[in-house]
Design a protein around this ligand. Sequence first.
Ligand SMILES: Nc1ncnc2c1ncn2[C@@H]1O[C@H](COP(=O)(O)OP(=O)(O)O)[C@@H](O)[C@H]1O
Ligand SMILES: [Mg+2]
Length: 257
Amino acid sequence: MNDNYITLNAISKHYSAKNGTVEALKNVSLSLPQNEIFGVIGLSGAGKSTLVRCINLLERPDTGEIIINRENLLNLGSEELRLRRQKIGMIFQHFNLLEQQTVLNNVCFPLEIRGIPRKERREKAMGLLEKVGLAEKAEAYPSQLSGGQKQRVAIARVLANEPDILLCDEATSALDPETTKTILGLIKTIHDTMGITVVIITHEMKVIQEICSSVAVLENGEVQEIGTVSELFVNPKSRAAKRLLLLEEEEDETYVG
Ligand SMILES: Nc1ncnc2c1ncn2[C@@H]1O[C@H](COP(=O)(O)OP(=O)(O)O)[C@@H](O)[C@H]1O
Ligand SMILES: [Mg+2]
């Protein structure tokens, strides 16, 4: 067993835009133990999506290292990287389903890419739909599903490749509070039963509180603080963390009012 399963070492990433350069990540270092649910929280524009996309090299950092299970991803050739990426699942705020395909075909899709025969992939996909509680929707189309159901399909699809890492980029941000809870519950069950290392990217403290064990606070492309979730809630040190906690309280108050 490796203590630090995912290590980001001094990652920097900039974007060149028309009106100048954006330093999206500045010298970010993080170590995530295996089999943990790790949170990254920050406001919009903090660099969260860039960070999570660096973990599977959808974005290549300008400098730094990405080490997963002792392997530096930046040293992999394109075919090795493609295979490694199959084991890093990702789910998104807007689900990214194939709208013209049935639920079952959406889940079959990664299996088809891997050349799994039709009968086998349909059986496997049905099993995954059962796991996420959506077997009865196998022949439905995404447009006929609620947001929570769509995210369940996306989760089943991601599990088809038997990932060892699951990256969740604002996966519950388009969902209402109740549905958010059930989807986070599903992610937790998957984590607990399948031993997957989970990275949760969010702007909501309540998501961190619900599911994560440790958390990094990101602001302006920099890590402001890292610690356990209870430390963050009891004794936030950075200005960014205090601000995020305050925002959450205000939101709660508007809920009551
Ligand atoms: N493809 C891009 N081109 C130019 N700027 C980008 C691009 N992607 C992100 N950015 C900028 O980088 C910063 C961080 O963005 P992002 O990682 O998406 O933050 P977050 O997910 O926390 O909202 C923002 O200022 C954003 O505008
Ligand atoms: Mg984002």
